[in-house]
Each structure stands twice: as C-alpha cells, then as structure tokens.
Design a protein around this ligand. Structure first.
Ligand code: FAD
Ligand code: NAI
Length: 468
C-alpha cells in the first residue's frame, strides 16, 4: 500500500498535462490532474491552437470568396459575413474537443481536481480546499501572454486585446494594429484582414517570424505585404492611450529616434508568452526558475527536486502543443520506469496563415554555423513549378532542403505552401530516421501532390530537379 493518495499528480491539463495524465494511467499508475479552468485542454484547446484554427479556416473561405480566388475557378459568389455564426462554430469546436478530454479522463480513470494547485512540499499539493499527496508531481502549468509596459490589455472592451480577446472580437475592426510580427500576430492578423480589417504589424526586429529560416522570413514578408498587410519593421511601441473605442499608439524606431502616432480601432498585443509559475509554491519545495522564468529539467524531465517533474511551455524549448504532448508521453513513461525520449532537434513548427509556413530542424544560418568544417548543401524548389500547386492557383512559396555537404544528412527543411503544415510531417519523419537528401529524392511521391516539391527540393541538393 502506497503512502500517497496517487502515484502521479499532474498540475495543468493542457496538451502537456492531459497527455501525461492519460499516459500515466494507461501505464497502470494511479493518476490525478489539477486544473483550475472550467474545461480541460489548457491554452491549446480553450484559447490557442484550436479556436485560432477555427477562425483561420473559416476566414480563409470568406477570403477566397471575397478576393476572387474562387471566381478564378469558375465559382462566382458574393460572400456575406455572419460573424456570430463564425464565432459559433469556433465555440463548438472548443466545446467538443475539451469535452473529449473530459471523456478520456473518465475512460482512463484520471481524477480531475478542479482548482489552483500550490505545493506544500514535494509530495503534497493543495488544490483549492483539498490536499492531495502523490509520489510524483508533474508541473505542466503552461504559459500566459507577455504584457507590454504602457499598453494595457482589456479584452472585455475589445480595443486593446491579447490573443484571447482577438479570437472573440464582436465586430470586424476597421483598422487593426498588431504589436509583434510573430506567430500569433500573423495568424490572428490574417483572420481579421481576411474579414475586412486594414492590418498594420509593428515588429521590433528587422524581420518577421524570429527563429525561422532567413529566406522564409523574407518571402513571408513579401507575401503578407502583397495580401495588403502593412509591415512596420524595426519599430517599437512605446505607449498607448485609449479614448472610447479608439486607441492611439506611440511608435518609435527600434534603435531610438522621432516618435509618431498611429490610430487603431483594435490593438493586438502579441509579443510572446511567459511560463506560469506564480502562486505555484515553488519556494516551498526549493525549486528556482531560470532567468527566463522557466523550470529547468534534465533530459528525462526531472527537476532538481526529487519526485517533481516538468514539461511543456513551462520548461525551455519552443512553446508548441505537440512538443508539450510528446514530453507528456515521455515523462509518464519515465515515471513508470520506461525510457521516454523527446528528440528536441526534430520539432516541426507551423504558422497557419495562407500560405502556411513550416520548418523542422536547423535554419540555413544555423546549419552553416554548425557545419563550419564540412559545409552545407541547399536545394530549393518553387511551388510555382509544382503541378498541383499551379493547378490549384497556389503559386506562392518554395521548399528548401538543407543537408550536410559531406554526409548528405538532412539538417533542416523549410516550406511555404498552402499545405506546408501537412508537408512538413514527412520531413520530420525523414530527419527522425536520419535520412539523407538522396533518400528523400529517391522516395516515390504520389503525383500530383504538393509533397512532390519536397522530393524535387531534395533532388536540387545535388543539382538535379526535373521540373525547373
Ligand atoms: P497550457 O496549454 O498552457 O496548459 C496549462 C494549463 O495549466 C492551463 O489550462 C492552466 O489553466 C493550468 N494551470 C496553470 N497553473 C495552474 C495551477 N497552479 N493549478 C492548476 N492549473 C494550473 N501551438 C501549436 O503547436 N500549434 C498551434 O497552432 C498553436 N496555436 C496557438 C494559438 C494561440 C492563440 C496561442 C496562445 C497558443 C498557440 N499554441 C500553438 C501554443 C500552445 O497553445 C502551447 O504551446 C500549449 O498549449 C502548451 O501546452 P502546456 O500543456 O505546456 O500548457
Ligand atoms: P512570438 O515570439 O512568436 O513573436 C513575438 C514577436 O513580437 C517577435 O517577433 C518579437 O520580436 C516581437 N516583439 C517583442 N517585443 C516587441 C515590442 N515591444 N514591439 C514590437 N514587437 C515586439 O510570440 P507570439 O506571436 O506572441 O506567440 C507566442 C507563442 O505561442 C510562440 O512562441 C508560439 O510558439 C506559440 N504559438 C504557436 C502557434 C503555432 O504553432 N502555429 C500559433 C500561435 C502561437
């Protein structure tokens, strides 16, 4: 008989936490999960991946009807926006998926403690009024929006909003300013641009999408500009005043200089996210966070405190749902005495704009830096020369395969294409299996598919694509 109520208590039911809890239960461990939200699924299912994709998908239909893309294919329609219905289908998707996790918890006998959790000691956690003890505690508390000094978010008012507010706007703003040209800014900026807003993106750096391949960042900027987004790069926001339903932002060049005013009906603050550790009682167990507020772990997701583990957005690495999920599986397997591993070198990332932007592995810049002695070879193939993309009137973008010049091992793959998010899965799998560019080039790809562009880019690594 164990001295603890549970073998495993997971704090947080986002994609990291709920997956860890289900896997632990599947492995025969008595498992509970503490979650303070009214519904399970964390940021991702409630206010992140899922509702944003619901709005992106629906607005893409509207845009295709409104901007002539459908007419090009002989389908002439004049779209009428029913924003309430669009929000309705978003809420429906969230309800169904969060309810699905509750069903899976019941099915796998995971106990949900609804409330905020705080450590009393390494094996004792207070959740609301209840005290729960567990042999292992997994911290999966995720992340929250980073605030910008001088720009106060008020989602209820709908003038200055964060990503949660931007998902729920009751009307299409005439002029929207997005602060931060990262993933959230471009995805949610795209939603409202497609529905009729004039969108300006203010980005501190001289390029959009930090962390992505240089060519991809340049091409993305060209595409978004062509779609009508105004990009103010190398620019920072230093203040904001709100009067009634209008905001006035103060802008300055990133490295200082004369300020200017910019008016908007809606301002989206999307300058990054920060780990959730406040109020968790980390002091009580002697666990410190690093300079970026993250909890450090070893390769097995153990923290410095015995019996306490951590995964997902609260630990270092990309803040992505699939990374959190894979860590959830691995941590549960490690707790059960198995060997749970996540290969952090092969985590794909996707921006769900139109076209989609995706990558896995190293950027060309990182690869050149890393393979200084052997060098790198790069193969590129434009989507314009891919028969399916061309037939579908989707000429924008390219695929880029980066390989080690000596071993030919694939180091990174980057795509801009309408279905880049789906295409990148094969690149991730190839890299996971240690593929060379030649392996991809000699793999038979179905025709006509967008994926053939990956094969041709791989062929281009050694200079022999067929269709350009
Ligand atoms: P979270 O999902 O943040 O879950 C943590 C949970 O812990 C929360 O529900 C919180 O309420 C709970 N919690 C926190 N503290 C406590 C406590 N003390 N007690 C009890 N409960 C607590 N990623 C992708 O991969 N693809 C996407 O398309 C994508 N789109 C996104 C769109 C938006 C608008 C946003 C904001 C994010 C998006 N992300 C996307 C990122 C993704 O949502 C996160 O990487 C992912 O949710 C992290 O999972 P997690 O389990 O670590 O934490
Ligand atoms: P981000 O880190 O992607 O982008 C923030 C941008 O804001 C950066 O380009 C940064 O240079 C800029 N910035 C920072 N301070 C600024 C300032 N004061 N003025 C102007 N620009 C400033 O963060 P974002 O977009 O908020 O997303 C947060 C996280 O959520 C990301 O890390 C991402 O991993 C995750 N996410 C993932 C999605 C996906 O996988 N499709 C979708 C949405 C979010």
């Amino acid at each position: 008989m164990s001295d603890f109520d549970y073998d495993v208590l997971v704090i947080g039911a986002g994609p990291g936490g709920y997956v860890a809890a289900i896997r632990a239960a599947q492995l025969g461990l008595k498992t509970a999960c503490a979650e303070s939200r009214e519904t399970l699924g964390g940021t991702c299912l409630n206010v992140g991946c899922i509702p944003s994709k619901a709005m992106l998908h629906a607005s893409e239909y509207f845009d295709a009807a409104a901007n002539g893309a459908m007419a090009k294919m002989g389908v002439e329609v004049t779209p009428k926006l029913n924003l309430e219905a669009m929000h309705g289908q978003r809420k429906d998707a969230v309800k169904q998926l969060t309810g699905g996790i509750e069903f899976l918890f019941k099915k796998n006998k995971v106990t949900w403690f609804k409330g905020r959790a705080a450590f009393e000691d390494a094996h004792t956690v207070k959740v609301g009024d209840e005290t729960v003890t567990a042999k292992n505690v997994v911290i999966a508390t995720g992340s929250s929006v980073t605030e910008l000094k001088g720009v106060e978010v008020d989602n209820d008012k709908g003038v200055v909003v964060d990503s949660t507010g931007a998902l729920e706007l009751a009307a299409v703003p005439k002029k929207m300013v997005v602060i931060g040209g990262g993933v959230i800014g471009l995805e949610l900026g795209s939603v409202w641009r497609r529905l009729g807003a004039e969108v300006t993106v203010v980005e501190f750096l001289d390029q959009l999408l930090p962390g992505m391949d240089g060519d991809v960042r340049k091409e993305a900027a060209k595409i978004f500009k062509k779609q009508g987004m105004e990009l103010r790069l190398s620019t920072k926001v230093t203040g904001c005043t709100v009067k009634g339903k209008k905001a006035t932002l103060t802008l300055e060049p990133a490295d200082g200089g004369e300020s200017e005013a910019l008016e908007a009906d809606c301002v989206l603050v999307s300058i990054g996210r920060r780990p959730n550790t406040e109020g968790l009682g980390l002091d009580a167990i002697g666990l410190e966070t690093n300079r970026r507020g993250q909890i450090e772990t070893d390769h097995d997701f153990r923290t410095k405190v015995d019996g306490v583990w951590a995964i997902g957005d609260v630990i270092p690495g990309p803040m992505l749902a699939h990374k959190a999920e894979d860590e959830g599986i691995a941590v549960a397997e490690n707790i059960a005495g198995q060997t749970g591993i996540v290969n952090h070198a092969v985590i794909p990332s996707v921006v769900y704009t139109w076209p989609e932007i995706a990558g896995v592995g190293l950027t060309e810049e990182q690869a050149k830096e890393k393979a200084q002695e052997t060098g790198v070879k790069v193969g590129k193939f434009p989507m314009l020369a891919n028969s399916r993309a061309k037939t579908n009137h989707e000429p924008e973008g390219f695929v880029k395969v980066i390989a080690d010049a000596e071993t030919d091992r694939v180091l990174g793959v980057w795509c801009i294409a309408s279905v880049a998010g789906t295409m990148i899965a094969q690149a991730a799998q190839a890299m996971e299996f240690g593929a060379t560019s030649e392996d991809i080039a000699y793999t038979c790809h179905a025709h006509p598919t967008h994926s053939e562009a990956i094969k041709e880019a791989a062929m281009a690594v050694t200079g022999k694509p067929i269709h350009i």
